[in-house]
Write a protein that binds this ligand. Structure first.
Ligand SMILES: CC(C)(COP(=O)(O)OP(=O)(O)OC[C@H]1O[C@@H](n2cnc3c(N)ncnc32)[C@H](O)[C@@H]1OP(=O)(O)O)[C@@H](O)C(=O)NCCC(=O)NCCS
Length: 495
């Protein structure tokens, strides 16, 4: 009877997915895996010729279709809204609204699946638990939802690739302990590059059609090795170098949390969610785009990912998670945890005015912000779904935490103020507005380290797309730039 029920539930799920894959278009090859399906590498080998053919057809049949007009504003404004990249693993919809539940925005889709759908469909470590990032890696690479057995196999594969050579730790040790964790992380990734399979194969000579295979090896090795490198940096800086060895019985995220020194089962769940949701976010954001650009020069995945990390380390991008917690801590220092709404509004206004020549005397946060960290987005125009799922996690696991309550209060106070400014296109919170208070609740309170966690996760999205970049033979990226003289004279002629 139980068997019958679970078989029937599975077939309902499959038929739901089949409908979704039909209606969503972009996930034409989404399906639940059967236990007999081949391993990840062999699956890719099967999928690649089909997708190469699809791209060839798209180019020959529709290559001249226009995708919109480029305005002078777009050229001056950092290419906002300009469609100009192929990125297979995820897609953003600025305004997508959930039609059923309290979740007000789905916004990002990983191979067609929203975050709530990933939470439902991807295998978890326990019943109704958070998705395992290995499952997301499988989904991003193949467009298919793996079963638990396949995810466990992938965990084991990553574990078998995880050994980090000694010279990597030595390279990190050559930096002052006070160096920013992201500097140490990028240095560690560059040291890992010494083992690049792509570089070796390229030097030996290999046909273009084979480029994806050493890219696969490098990307998988990179993803597998990052938790050891990242946790080494954490323990070196904050725990006097007391390294914790890996535990091969754990999944990827749980093992990472364990090596950092955090074994609370709820923290392991948080880490699974964290690594899943920070992995990929379309191709135009600074870190993803940087990796794609550098990779387009046939730089190997280590070189491409190290470049991406340097972009992630900027305060308008990944470093915002550090800035949010430092900003919240400074707020609490100044006003206490039981801050009133008026005090909060005051603090937000002071932050916004901090970069201008106004008489702001008592703002303790010393960074040159001028923006409210954790709010706004280059593409999304609603609350970031990654914020929403972290909020749901907090409501489930730490509803009475004072800092969580403060984050919730900020959600009420900040958007109207940013709207009042009149220039902010999206006054709603993004992923970084929430992550810090969750990590701090479980003891991981060193804000300067947070962007490294983001970086570990991002390797999953970037690595997956780099494999597809090489499989599809995407060319060198080379947009055209112009000077102000050129733009002025072109616009005058066009007027
Ligand atoms: C993410 C971010 C860089 C997007 O930038 P963008 O695409 O240029 O955003 P907008 O088009 O809405 O920017 C228009 C104006 O509003 C300002 N603005 C945007 N978000 C703001 C915020 N959170 N606080 C104050 N001002 C903000 C911009 O600085 C810009 O001002 P300017 O014209 O004086 O230069 C921006 O929202 C930001 O700086 N947010 C805070 C940092 C952050 O959380 N980053 C993580 C992003 S996931």
């Amino acid at each position: 009877m139980v068997l019958f029920r679970s078989v029937s539930a599975l077939s309902k799920l499959r038929s739901r997915l089949a409908q979704q894959s039909y209606s969503l278009g972009s996930i034409r090859w989404l399906q639940v895996q059967s236990a007999t399906d081949v391993d990840l590498h062999s699956q890719l080998k099967e999928l690649i010729p089909e997708q190469q053919e699809r791209l060839k057809k798209l180019k020959s049949e529709h290559g001249k279709v226009q995708l919109g007009n480029i305005t002078a504003d777009m050229v001056i404004g950092g290419m906002r809204g300009m469609t100009g990249l192929l990125w297979e693993t995820s897609l953003l919809d600025p305004d997508e609204v959930h039609f059923l539940s309290s979740i007000d925005n789905l916004g990002i889709r990983f191979r067609g699946l929203s975050i709530p759908e990933c939470q439902k469909l991807l295998p978890a470590a326990k019943d109704a638990g958070e998705p395992l990032p290995e499952g997301l890696l499988w989904l991003l690479l193949t467009g298919k939802v793996p079963n638990k057995e396949q995810v466990d196999g992938l965990s084991a594969e990553l574990c078998s690739r995880a050994k980090v050579p000694d010279h990597v730790f030595k390279a990190i040790d050559s930096l002052p302990v006070a160096a920013h964790p992201m500097t140490q992380f990028a240095t560690g990734v560059m040291a890992l590059q010494v083992d690049s399979e792509f570089q070796k194969a390229y030097e030996k000579g290999m046909p273009k059609a084979k480029f994806w295979e050493p890219t696969y090896e490098d990307s998988m090795n990179l993803i597998a090795r990052l938790p050891s490198v990242a946790s080494y940096i954490y323990r070196r800086i904050y725990k006097d170098g007391g390294i914790i060895p890996a535990d091969s019985s754990l999944d990827y995220a749980a093992n990472f949390s364990h090596m950092l020194g955090y074994d609370d089962p709820k923290m392991l769940e948080l880490m699974r969610l964290y690594i899943t949701i920070h992995s990929d976010h379309e191709g135009g954001n600074v870190s993803a785009h940087t990796a794609h650009l550098v990779g387009s020069a046939l730089s190997d995945p280590y070189l491409s990912f190290a470049a991406a990390l340097n972009g992630l380390a900027g305060p308008l991008h990944g470093l915002a998670n550090q800035e949010v917690l430092l900003w919240i801590e400074s707020l609490v220092k100044e006003c206490g945890e039981d801050i009133t709404t008026d005090q909060l509004k005051d603090y937000v206004w002071k932050t916004l005015k901090s970069g201008k020549r106004t008489r702001v005397t008592n703002l303790k946060f010393k960074h040159c912000l001028q923006v409210v960290p954790g709010y706004g987005h280059g593409v999304l125009r609603k609350t970031d779904p990654r914020y929403t799922c972290q909020r749901e996690f907090a409501l489930k696991h730490l509803p009475h935490d004072p800092l969580f309550k403060l984050v919730s209060k900020l959600y009420e106070v900040v958007p109207p103020i940013l709207t009042e400014l009149g220039k902010v296109k999206n006054p709603w919170p993004n992923v970084d507005a929430h992550s810090g208070v969750l990590l701090k609740y479980f003891g991981l309170s060193e804000a300067r380290y947070y962007t490294v966690l983001f970086g570990v996760s991002r390797s999953i999205g970037i690595g997956s797309q780099l494999i597809w970049d090489r499989a599809l033979g995407l060319p060198l990226e080379r947009p055209k730039s112009v000077t102000m003289d050129w733009l002025e004279s072109y616009c005058k002629k066009a007027a």
